[in-house]
Design a protein around this ligand. Structure first.
Ligand code: ACO
Length: 428
C-alpha cells in the first residue's frame, strides 16, 4: 500500500510520496523537499537517512538478520566459498560452474603485481601502516590499467573486479613482508584464494608454510562474513567517490581509508588492545566495565554496539563458533579469549548495555580469530578490507550501472559567522 507523508511548514502543507523496499522497509521520498519548501533535512550521522536504494544486502538490525542478495549469511558461511560469495555480491546471483571457473581463472591470472608496482613498496618506511600502503597501492594500480578507467561492458568489469580482488591479497601480504624485512613471496597459481594469501604471508624462500585446513576455513569464513554490509561508513564513502564518476580503483582506495578508523574497521584492532590492556593491568573485567559506564567516560567497550544491529550481530555468532572450534583444534589457550568471554557475560547482563541494546559485533570475535591465525595486529583492518572488496565493487557497480545516478552532494546548515569584513594584518 502506498502512503503519503504530509508536512506542515509555515502554514502550508506539502505531500511527499513514500517508498517501500522488497522487505517492507519504508522511507519518505524528500527529493523535491528543498525546491518546494526551501527547507532541507538535518540528520547528523545519517541515522535516519537513506542515501540510495540498493539491491545488494539486506539487514534487519532488530532481528539480527543479514542476507547477501537474499541469501542468509548463515547459508553462505556453511556452503559457499569466498570467491563464490564475491561473485554473488557483485553480480546479484550465484555463479554457474562455468562463470565461477572463469572468475577463478581471472583471479589466478591477476595474482602477481606488475614489477614496477612492486617497486613502490620500497618507497614506504618499514614501519608504515599497512592500511596506508593498501590504499596507496590500490590507487596506484589504476596507473597500470588504462583500459579499465572507463568500464563499458561486463567483461571489462569482471576483469577489473578480478584484478582488484586478486591483487589486494598480494599487496596486503607484501606490505606485511616489507614491514618485517622479509623477501616478498610470489603467489602459487595452484593454491586457493585463502591458502595463497596465507602462503604469501607466512612462507619463506627456504620454508613453505603449510596452513592447517581449519585456519584456511576460518579465513574463508572471515572473508565471507565481511563481504558486504550495506551503507556503512566505508561503503558510503565508495559510493560517494563513485558518484563523481571516479574509477573503481580510486573509489575502493577511498573505502580503505574510511575503513581504517577505530569506530569502523579499526575496531577489530581496538578490541585486542582493550583485551590486552585488561590482561596486562590485572584489572577485573567488572571494574573495566564500570569505568566504561562512568558518566562522561570517553572509554567504550570495543566490539560492542552497532549503528544498525540492536540485537546480536549474526556475524559475531558464526565467528564465535568458528573461533571456539579453531582454538580447540589447534590447542590454543588464549587468555584474551577468557577475558572476552567474561566481558560478554558482564555486558550482556548489565542494564547499561541491555537498555542501549549493545551486543557484541563482528569485530569482537574477528580479532580473536585473526590472532589465532597468526595475523599481526596492524594487519587486522587490512584483512577486513580484503573481505569487504566485493561489497565495495558491487556498490560501485550499482552506481555505475544506474543511468539515473546523481553526484552525491549533501547540503548543510551553516552555523558560522555572518558576513564580516576582511581586516588587514597590521590591524588584527
Ligand atoms: N561501549 C559503551 N557505551 C556505548 C558503546 C560501547 N561500545 N556503544 C554505544 N554506547 C553508548 C553511548 O555512549 C550512548 O550512550 P548514551 O545514550 O548514554 O549517550 C549510547 O550507547 C548510544 O551510542 P551512539 O554513539 O549514539 O551509537 P552509534 O550508533 O552512534 O554508535 C558505534 C555505534 C560507533 C559502533 C558504537 O556502538 C561504538 O563506538 N562501538 C565501539 C566501537 C566498535 O566496536 N565499532 C565497530 C562497529 S562494527 C563495524 O564497523 C564493522
Amino acid at each position: 500500500m502506498s502512503h503519503t507523508c504530509r508536512i506542515e511548514l509555515d502554514g502550508k502543507s506539502y505531500d511527499f510520496p513514500t517508498v517501500e523496499g522488497t522487505e517492507n522497509e519504508r522511507g519518505i521520498d524528500i527529493t523535491t523537499l528543498r525546491d518546494r519548501t526551501g527547507y532541507i533535512t538535518l540528520d547528523e550521522g545519517y541515522g535516519n537517512t537513506g542515501s540510495c536504494t540498493s539491491a545488494i544486502t539486506y539487514i534487519d538490525g532488530d532481528k539480527g538478520i543479514l542476507r547477501y542478495r537474499g541469501i542468509p549469511i548463515e547459508q553462505l558461511a556453511e556452503k559457499a566459498s569466498f570467491i563464490e560469495t564475491a561473485w554473488l555480491v557483485i553480480w546479484g546471483r550465484l555463479p554457474t560452474a562455468e562463470e565461477l571457473q572463469r572468475f577463478r581463472t581471472r583471479l589466478t591470472a591477476n595474482e602477481m603485481l606488475h614489477e614496477s608496482l612492486r617497486n613502490n613498496f620500497e618507497g614506504f618506511p618499514p614501519n608504515a601502516h599497512p592500511m596506508a600502503i593498501l590504499s596507496a597501492m590500490i590507487n596506484a594500480m589504476s596507473c597500470y590499467e588504462p583500459d579499465m578507467m572507463d568500464i563499458e561492458d561486463d567483461t571489462t568489469l569482471e576483469r577489473a573486479a578480478a584484478r582488484i580482488i586478486s591483487k589486494v591479497r598480494t599487496i596486503a601480504a607484501a606490505s606485511y613482508k616489507m614491514s618485517i624485512g622479509q623477501p616478498l613471496m610470489y603467489p602459487h597459481p595452484e593454491y586457493s584464494y585463502c591458502k595463497n594469501f596465507l602462503h604469501m604471508m607466512f612462507s619463506l624462500p627456504y620454508g613453505e608454510y603449510e596452513p592447517d585446513p581449519e585456519i584456511i576455513h576460518a579465513l574463508s569464513l572471515f572473508l565471507i562474513l565481511h563481504a558486504d554490509h550495506e551503507q556503512n561508513c566505508s561503503t558510503s564513502t565508495v559510493r560517494m567517490v563513485a558518484s563523481s564518476g571516479a574509477n573503481m580503483f580510486a573509489s575502493c582506495a577511498a573505502g580503505v581509508c574510511a575503513l581504517w578508523g577505530p569506530l569502523h574497521g579499526g575496531a577489530n584492532v581496538a578490541v585486542i588492545e582493550m583485551l590486552e590492556f585488561i590482561s596486562q593491568s590485572g584489572m577485573k573485567v567488572s571494574d573495566y566495565v564500570a569505568k566504561v559506564k562512568e558518566k562522561d567516560s570517553k572509554l567504550r567497550l570495543m566490539g560492542f554496539g552497532h549503528r544498525v544491529y540492536k540485537n546480536f550481530d549474526p556475524r559475531s555468532k558464526i565467528l564465535k563458533a568458528a573461533a571456539d572450534k579453531m582454538l580447540a583444534r589447534l590447542n590454543i589457550q588464549d587468555p584474551l579469549l577468557e577475558i572476552a568471554g567474561e566481558l560478554e557475560d558482564v555486558a550482556l547482563n548489565d542494564p547499561y548495555f541491555v537498555e542501549r541494546k549493545l551486543y557484541p559485533n563482528v569485530d569482537f570475535y574477528s580479532g580473536i580469530i585473526l590472532r589465532a591465525m597468526g595475523i599481526p595486529l596492524n594487519m587486522f583492518t587490512v584483512m577486513f578490507a580484503i573481505g569487504r572488496m566485493p561489497g565495495w565493487i558491487a556498490n560501485w557497480k550499482e552506481i555505475h550501472d544506474n543511468p539515473k545516478a546523481r553526484l552525491n552532494r549533501p547540503r548543510q546548515i551553516y552555523i558560522g559567522n555572518t558576513i564580516q569584513d576582511y581586516v588587514p594584518i597590521d590591524q588584527r
